[in-house]
Design a protein around this ligand. Structure first.
Ligand code: GLU
Ligand code: ZN
Length: 500
């Protein structure tokens, strides 16, 4: 492994949209390895495809990486000795390299128009060539022919002159992979606009930024020979390569934006915690020794190893991510858990309805009871929102079928008593922001029920059904505290108003 140390790795996203899990996984592996081996992690923006760049995506990428807790030693935001780190700011570097390669005979200007290239392609297909490629016909143009094309007003691209032979990639994940040059046409390095193609810019930047290991998605393995050829022609030392496996969805197809949740930002809005997502992503195409599944970022740094990256594709299983998220929620410091809930409730516009008050401390107190009542069942913070909404909005209507007991005169009298009891307690506890905490319900409700000849279990059941429309749920004690006196009174009134 000597050749990759002192380690310099890079994550090189194109700002063509938001950060998706594949990119995040690549970023994570790079950062983990850099931290593990005391190397440097570089962030490089590959923004040379003017047609695909989406404005605002650089900010989005940076924000998503920061949310995940992934930090880079060098990059567009914090600079560094190898800058600039945006390829759009390095155009003179690529133009200069292209010129040098033309001078040394490794590259040439091609004046073919799109229509000519298309005709050539179709001719090859008609001849039975399955994978048509550029014929290389501009390789041999002389000075006069080039001048004539220029006079005609034709724009030129710069192509790399691929020599016959093969390139052997010694991939650190896949081992030796051979590419016969026969399948590669003379590829474009510089577009007629003067902007570089991905292969030129990536290869040149990897070498000139002293990157020692390129760890990236499998889909780039076929680009590696072109990049190695460019570096060889320039006499530059190539990095080592490690191509990490594809991520598939549950149906074992490539993850797609259309059919799957793939955006880091989407997971954030679904209430996934960054530490859970990081833990989950680490296991997509890599596993540590042993059975253990939960690792903090710092723990991952201790155990991450290039040698344990899988060759086979990884499968993205949202259920496992949610399971993992629940483990992290259960382990969150209580105050943090409550804070996140309050944020989610506020975001959903529920706080006014739930707490009757705009104070953060009242909201936190309410969230604390919520955690007691429902915390264990939550897989994500977002799961709490519909539960809270139901507590806030629902005015349950007694179901006649299940209300055999409820319809009796005794039950109605009992519920009326419970209502008075709550009103009385609320008056005594008016200073507690409407929260009815720690009422001695287990003594008081059966006592009230007994007055009307009802059983103990009816004492709880009737009240629960009147308040929630359901026979089972969170302990009444907590439910009383969450609903508060006003809602309890309102719901008991509603139950009592039903005629049977
Ligand atoms: N900009 C390329 C991408 O987003 C990066 C490929 C590479 O890491 O070389 O796929
Ligand atoms: Zn040409």
């Amino acid at each position: 492994m000597d050749s990759i140390t002192p380690l310099r790795v890079r994550f090189a996203p194109s700002p063509t949209g938001s950060l998706h899990v594949g990119g995040a996984r690549t970023a994570l592996f790079n950062v983990l390895l850099a931290r593990r081996l005391g190397g440097k992690a570089v962030l490089r923006l590959e923004d040379t495809d003017e047609t695909r760049s989406v404005s605002g995506s650089e900010e989005g990428l940076l924000a998503d990486l920061a949310w995940l807790g992934l930090t880079f030693d060098e990059g567009p935001a914090n600079g560094g000795p190898y800058g600039p780190y945006r390829q759009s700011e390095r155009l003179p570097v690529y133009a200069d390299i292209a010129r040098r390669l033309i001078e040394t005979g490794h590259a040439y200007r091609c004046y073919c128009t799109p229509a000519e290239l298309d005709a050539e392609r179709r001719r090859q297909l008609a001849e039975g060539i399955k994978a048509p490629r550029y014929s290389g016909r501009c390789r041999t143009l002389d000075e006069a022919a080039r001048a004539a094309f220029t006079r005609e007003g034709r724009a030129a691209v710069v192509r790399f002159a691929v020599e016959p032979g093969e390139t052997v990639v010694q991939d650190l994940v896949h081992g030796e992979v051979r590419f016969d040059h026969h399948h590669l046409g003379d590829f474009v390095m510089l577009k007629s606009s003067g902007w570089p193609t991905y292969n030129l810019a990536a290869a040149v930047d990897d070498a000139t930024m002293d990157i020692t290991l390129v760890m990236r998605a499998d889909e780039h393995l076929p680009n590696t020979p072109a990049q190695l050829m460019i570096l060889a022609a320039l006499g530059l030392r190539p990095p080592r390569y490690a191509h990490v496996p594809l991520i598939l969805n549950a149906e074992h197809q490539k993850l797609s934006k259309r059919h799957n949740t793939v955006g880091v930002g989407e997971f954030r809005t679904q209430g996934i915690l960054p530490q859970a997502l990081v833990n989950y992503l680490a296991f997509l195409g890599w596993t540590p020794e042993g059975e253990r599944q939960l690792y903090t970022f710092e723990e991952l740094v201790q155990v991450f190893e290039l040698e344990r990256i899988h060759r086979a594709p990884a499968v993205f299983d949202e259920r496992r991510l949610r399971w993992m998220n629940r483990q992290y929620l259960q382990r969150l410091p209580r105050a943090e858990f409550e804070g996140l809930l309050v944020e989610a409730f506020r975001g959903a516009g529920l706080l006014k309805e739930l707490v009757d008050e705009d104070s953060q401390s009242a909201a936190l107190a309410w969230a604390s009871i919520f955690v007691d009542a429902f915390g264990e069942g939550l897989e994500t913070i977002a799961d709490a929102v519909p539960i809270a909404r139901e507590l806030g909005n629902r005015v349950p209507v007694l179901d006649a079928a299940q209300s055999g007991v409820e319809s009796s005169a005794e039950v109605r009298a009992y519920l009326r008593d419970v209502r008075d009891y709550v009103t009385g307690m609320a008056a005594k506890r008016a200073n507690e922001a409407g929260l009815l905490r720690d009422l001695p319900l287990s003594v008081d409700l059966p006592a009230l029920a007994a007055r009307h000849g009802l059983e103990k279990r009816d004492a709880y059941r009737c009240v629960r059904v009147a308040l929630t429309g359901q026979e089972h749920g969170a302990p009444l004690q907590l439910l009383f505290a969450l609903l508060g006196a006003a809602k309890i009174e309102e719901r008991l009134d509603a139950a009592l108003a039903i005629r049977h």
